[in-house]
Design a protein around this ligand. Structure first.
Ligand code: 5AD
Length: 350
């Protein structure tokens, strides 16, 4: 039987391993394997990005969503969800505050909400690019047609985040209603990349029904898709969803996957996500020490933050709060890293 460390060495040297080797790693890892991996994933992270951590200012523009993803607290059928929409002026004010704090990327994130038409969003994007020409605009607004994605790109959007959620069609269908399609999600990702967006995909770790074999499929997909960014975080139950009685995904396995992804795609941008920080008080720092190099603090207006409730216990103060950047900087410095305010474009060429 191959030693787990040999597989990790192979990943370090060749940025890949076979499916069965990845499966073995995921199933058989223990604390000492984790440490062995993180030493190498940090080495790669340091070689590519030094000790720099990029920040992106997250603006959650709408909590309305037309979809019904089984795991998400913002699903349409959750009648208890508090809904809000930010106006263009409110969003621009968030950008202004973020700019003054040092943010040079704004991520407009939201549920799938047809209130924000293509022309509304194009106007918004051009205003942001006009007011802050040195900033990148990232969109994270779900599935749209090729034409819509193209219009938004031509209006100035630079990047798009759309988690694939799972690269297994079988698991996808257990996590989503039949009105949503695995094929469409994958097509959206391909379209985004072909239009020229710096594109982010990603998945949850430990949602109901996920097995090690599904994670291998995710890693294989990520390796072949070559995204610019990969967002992963543990599944966390939301009390108004059908998954309310499941437990959250494993923190340690999430860190392990961050390390694997850093070895498989050395140049990828890898956020230490809010979900990671939610299941462990030192989640962000541990994420960075496993190979992550991006943090996305919240710039949404304070009064709406608690309403963007995709899972229970989602954080929006301290290290998650854009306005508390000094605190985050201190925490990141304490582990030997440094927050930088450059746009931090991906080194991966489309
Ligand atoms: N737990 C963790 N992550 C979640 N997401 C949605 N619901 C949950 C949950 N319950 C993630 C999904 C989605 C992103 C907005 O948040 O991956 O793409």
């Amino acid at each position: 039987m191959t030693n787990l460390r040999d597989i990790i060495d192979k990943l370090y040297l060749y940025n890949d391993a076979s499916d069965s080797e990845l499966y073995t790693l995921i199933c058989d890892r223990d604390e000492s394997t984790d440490e062995y991996l993180f030493n190498l994933s940090r080495k790669v992270q340091q070689k590519v990005y030094g000790n720099k951590v990029f920040i992106r200012g997250l603006i959650e523009i709408t909590s309305f969503c037309k979809n019904n993803c089984f795991y998400c607290g913002l699903q349409r059928d959750n009648e208890c969800a508090k809904r809000y929409r930010l106006s263009k002026d409110e969003i621009l004010a968030c950008c202004g505050q973020g700019y003054d704090l040092g943010f040079r990327t704004f991520v407009l994130q939201g549920g799938e909400d047809s209130y924000y038409t293509d022309s509304y969003l194009c106007g918004l994007i051009s205003s942001i690019k006009n007011d802050y020409p040195d900033c990148a605009v990232t969109l994270s607004l779900g599935e749209k047609s090729y034409n819509s994605y193209k219009l938004l790109f031509d209006a100035g959007a630079d990047r798009y985040l759309l988690r694939h959620e799972t690269a297994s069609k079988e698991l996808y269908e257990k996590l989503h209603p039949s009105s949503m399609s695995y094929e469409n999600r994958m097509d959206c990702l391909k379209n985004l990349k072909s239009i020229g967006y710096q594109t982010g995909c990603g998945f949850m770790v430990g949602p109901p029904f996920q097995e090690a074999e599904h994670l291998v499929i995710d890693l294989r997909f990520i390796k072949s898709f070559r995204p610019h960014m990969v967002g992963i975080g543990p599944f966390i139950p939301h009390h108004n969803t059908r998954f309310k009685n499941y437990s959250h995904g494993s923190f340690d396995l999430t860190l392990f996957l961050l390390g694997l992804i850093r070895l498989m795609l050395p140049e990828v941008l890898l956020p230490a996500t809010t979900a990671l920080g939610t299941v462990d008080p030192k989640g962000k720092e541990k994420g960075i020490l496993s190979g992550a190099n991006v943090i996305m603090p919240n710039l949404s207006p304070l009064d709406v933050r608690s309403k963007y409730s995709i899972y229970d216990g989602k954080l929006y103060t301290n290290d998650e709060a854009g306005e508390a950047l000094t605190l985050l900087k201190r925490h990141i410095k304490s582990i030997g890293y440094e927050i930088v305010t450059s746009r931090g474009d991906s080194k991966i060429i489309n």
